[in-house]
Unconditional design. Structure first.
Length: 95
């Protein structure tokens, strides 16, 4: 089950790397991706991309996605659990 990812300022970009996401783009395409990197403007570098456009699917290798073209980002419950664990660990270390 996928849930929309809401950015939490307490999470660091490194906490988001190496996780799978579904990204809906402003032009209607949907991408299933593995996150590789995030730059300082919020643009993403992703790999193992499965693109769906109007019911047509295709595999794409490495893709850069500009922040302004991202409409929504979804993550699996398992991924969200990992992110919450990273957040709790970060709080524990800070105290």
């Amino acid at each position: 089950m996928l849930q929309q990812l809401k950015m939490d300022p307490s999470l660091r970009p490194i906490d988001l790397i190496s996780q799978r996401y579904r990204i809906e783009l402003t032009d209607g395409r949907s991408l299933e991706v593995l996150l590789i990197a995030i730059d300082d403007q919020g643009n993403l570098l992703v790999s193992d991309v499965n693109e769906t456009n109007g019911g047509v699917q295709r595999q794409v290798g490495l893709v850069s996605i500009r922040k302004k073209y991202m409409k929504k980002i979804f993550a699996s419950s398992k991924c969200l659990d990992k992110l919450q664990a990273a957040k709790r660990e970060k709080r524990t270390v800070a105290h």
